[in-house]
Design a protein around this ligand. Structure first.
Ligand SMILES: [Zn+2]
Length: 62
């Protein structure tokens, strides 16, 4: 599985969260374990959540 890049804001470790139990199906988002920033979007698969997170990291550091 693709690795998560560090948080674009604090450089902390990013973690993949699964809120499926609350939504009744797979819903994933990425959260920073340090500053607690979360993706504003829920994703259907782990892979899309990771891709979106990594893309945003790139966008914001360019
Ligand atoms: Zn952070």
């Amino acid at each position: 599985m693709t690795k998560l890049k560090p948080c674009p804001f604090c450089g902390g470790e990013a973690v993949l969260e699964d809120c499926g139990p609350y939504y009744g199906e797979g819903r994933f988002f990425v959260r920073c374990s340090k500053c607690d920033i979360v993706q504003e979007h829920l994703w259907a698969t782990k892979q899309t959540a990771i891709k979106a997170w990594n893309r945003r990291v790139k966008d914001e550091t360019d």
